[in-house]
Design a protein around this ligand. Structure first.
Ligand code: NAD
Length: 480
């Protein structure tokens, strides 16, 4: 135990804080990274910063492990267990990295500048700044899709950011407490205890699963007077949920939801959102209202304003509405020195964390080569200037030509996982030259171990494991 503790402490103490890092070097190119999500973080983790002055700009100064976000909405996990400050990542770099918590507002691909604004509302907020870049890694992700449906931003809760999970948790407990208030009319109890999820993609399905667990494991004990009135309805416009999963897993999920009394309304489209009810149109084109207490909106994503502006500036080549178009090396079409990765791009891959993180790692390898190239070019110039041995010059020239050869990005799909509640998960895995679909307890163990191993730090792994254990022993915290 002592050795393990010693090793653990040694690992956690191995850090380069800014004072020990190489200082900014004005002779090196400036590399600006926009974002701190899956793409930007995996890029930063793998990046060798020696040959660049790196600046990171993101409205949140941390990385959020999104696959476990639904677990935060019901208190299975604590919010801080699944985030990691961006500075924890950049402190391991050779050269100091500037990290600004700010929102990028404009990219000028001609002048090669980025304008960003401090979001803080403390007095004396830093305002807006414009800086030049030599290279830009554009990884700003996307925002919630509402399809322009009225009432969504005002009345629904999204499930994308950490603050969203917190808002859902507060609203959920608020509904339950109010339903449990004395002498509430029966109809009002039914409305308050009706939790509606719109969108049957993985986000909506995982949230419905977590909510079900909360009901069975905790609410029944703490709120016996109203727990049985809790109803969960999942509304999906398509004929089935989880269109990206195999048929077998779709059926498994739908039958598990049936057992768990989660109502799935397929071929049903939300048309309007009111303060206490959603207006839906079903397969027979009939319109009706469904009253709700809590409404979670998970209908996918769309491009951010800054991305749409960038597309407009490069309109002759950026013709996809879905997102930014990049070449096989993730270089933005029409953007000199700009690379784009993750959900803000329109590629042949689904906009998932897995794709973004592989793109980030790949792009770091491109920058490794760019750095190597710059070093070798300097070396070659020095050798030529001093009329060095021709054999030596040729050897460096060969290395330079190797560093200039790039291989295109290739995505390797590792499978899809989703938690569906009641200790069951589904796994669609590309194994043995085919797809292996698995659902149930074994898939759940796999889900847990896969997520624990993909968490970026020992600290996060420890916190998540401790939260799971805590919930097993004490149950979830039902305080608002
Ligand atoms: P999604 O785009 O996968 O699903 C949204 C669903 O909402 C669609 O099925 C759509 O038909 C439905 N919808 C849209 N408008 C509607 C309306 N008005 N009424 C009713 N239904 C409506 O969205 P997501 O679940 O947020 O996922 C986004 C991306 O992230 C996807 O690529 C997904 O694969 C990925 N993701 C993966 C996982 C995982 O693998 N565990 C988890 C979360 C997200």
């Amino acid at each position: 135990i002592l050795t393990a503790t010693g090793a653990f402490l040694y690992v956690t103490q191995q850090q380069n804080h800014p004072p020990e890092q190489l200082p900014v070097d004005r002779t090196k190119p400036t590399l600006v990274v926009l974002g701190s999500g899956w793409g930007a973080t995996s890029f930063l983790k793998s990046l060798d910063t020696e040959e660049f002055n790196v600046v990171v700009i993101s409205p949140r100064n941390y990385f959020l492990f999104t696959p476990l976000l639904p677990s935060v909405t019901v208190g299975t996990l604590e919010p801080r267990s699944i985030i990691q400050p961006t500075r924890y990542i950049t402190r391991h770099k050779k050269r100091k990295v500037d990290v600004y918590e700010a929102e990028a507002q404009e990219v000028d691909p001609v002048k090669k500048t980025v304008t960003f604004q401090d979001l803080s509302d403390v007095r004396g907020s830093a305002g807006s700044v414009t800086i030049p870049y030599d290279y830009l890694v554009y990884a700003v992700g996307c925002e919630n899709q509402t399809f322009g449906i009225k009432g969504v931003p005002e009345h629904a809760c999204f499930l994308k950011e950490l603050g969203d999970a917190d808002k859902i948790r507060t609203k959920l407990m608020d509904c339950i407490e109010t339903a449990a208030f004395r002498d509430q009319p029966q109809e009002e109890i039914d409305r308050l205890m009706h939790m509606v999820v719109v969108g049957g993609g993985p986000t909506g399905v995982e949230y419905a699963g977590e909510l079900h667990d909360f009901l069975i494991d905790d609410l029944k004990k703490w709120y016996p007077e109203v727990a049985d009135r809790l109803r969960i309805t999942l509304i999906e416009a398509l004929p089935n949920v989880l269109p990206a999963f195999s048929k077998q897993l779709i059926q498994y999920t739908e039958s598990t939801f049936k057992e768990n009394k989660i109502d799935v309304l397929t071929r049903t489209m939300v048309k309007d959102v009111k303060e206490q009810a959603v207006v839906v149109q079903d397969a027979n084109k009939e319109i009706r209202e469904i009253p709700y207490g809590l409404l979670v909106w998970a209908t996918g994503n769309t491009s951010r304003q800054i991305t749409r502006d960038l597309m407009n500036k490069l309109a002759s080549v950026q013709t996809q509405r879905r997102g930014l178009v990049v070449d096989d090396y993730l270089s933005l079409l029409g953007g000199d020195g700009i690379y784009a990765i993750g959900d803000c791009t329109a590629t042949s891959y689904a906009p998932t964390a897995q794709v973004a993180s592989q793109q980030g790692i790949y792009l770091a390898s491109i920058f490794q080569k760019l750095g190597q190239k710059a070093k070798l070019e300097r070396q070659l110039n020095e050798l030529r200037a001093t009329s060095a041995d021709p054999a030596e010059i040729e050897a460096v020239a060969k290395k330079l030509s190797r560093a200039s050869k790039l291989t295109p990005f290739h995505y390797s799909h590792q499978g899809s996982l989703a938690y569906i509640g009641s200790e069951k998960a589904i796994a669609d895995l590309p194994l043995f030259n085919g797809n292996v679909a698995s659902g149930g307890g074994a898939a759940m163990l796999f889900w847990r171990s896969a997520y624990i191993s993909t968490l970026y730090s020992v600290r996060n792994r420890t916190l998540v494991l401790a939260d799971w254990l805590k919930v097993k022993i004490f149950g979830r915290d039902v305080s608002r």
